[in-house]
Design a protein around this ligand. Structure first.
Ligand SMILES: NC(=O)CC[C@H](N)C(=O)O
Length: 192
């Protein structure tokens, strides 16, 4: 199995480190041809406007959409914004997942925090399934999950922070920054 990590900007190395620990080969994706032969793709957190500018400059927008049509794709934080259909402002996105996101939804004072999340779907990779330690950094909130997009996790106030739509995943937080590889293992199941 070979997983690509979009390596235009942001926390791509951190995802590669987790994949390496799991014994999975990973490839940095910067150009369309780097998508060849991959079983799945992770779009990391970072700055979604920068990621989209570079993706346009490198001719990646359409190749990424085509790749996602046939493979598992997971966006974390800025990556989730990039995967979404609606960001409520004029910003190029892939428009794949049927979700509406609000960038920087947690405001300045609490722009970064860690919290324990119940994620029932992770029982697929861990029968005991303790709460997941989720790291939020200037995170977006998923305001709506429409159509076949299913909510995997929400904050106690109901704010949606993880969604799955078929083989696509979006998380507002950064599982690559917590010492817990269950989301990565869950994604690898989707990529298989
Ligand atoms: N940690 C992150 O990926 C932050 C996302 C960033 N605030 C954005 O809007 O793109």
């Amino acid at each position: 199995m070979k997983i690509g990590v979009l390596a235009l900007q942001g926390a791509f190395i951190e995802h590669q480190t987790v994949l390496e620990k799991l014994g999975v080969e990973s490839v940095q994706v910067r150009l369309p041809e780097h998508l060849d032969g991959l079983d799945g793709l992770i779009i990391p957190g970072g700055e979604s406007t920068t990621i989209s500018k570079l993706a346009i400059a490198f001719g990646l927008m359409q190749p990424l959409r085509e790749f996602a049509g046939e493979h598992a794709v997971w966006g974390t934080c800025a990556g989730a914004i990039f995967l979404s259909r609606e960001v409520g402002r004029d910003q190029p996105v892939l428009g794949l997942m049927d979700i509406t996101v609000r960038r920087n939804a947690f405001g300045r004072q609490v722009d970064s925090f860690e919290t324990l999340l119940d994620v029932p779907a992770l029982a697929r990779v861990d029968a005991i399934n303790p709460p997941f330690p989720a790291v939020f950094i200037r995170a977006p909130l998923i305001e709506k999950a429409n159509g076949s997009a299913e909510v995997l996790a929400a904050l106690p106030d109901g704010g949606i922070v993880a969604v799955q739509q078929g083989r696509w995943l979006a998380t507002s937080f950064h599982p690559e920054l917590s010492d817990d590889d269950r989301f990565h293992r869950y994604f690898l199941e989707l990529a298989r």
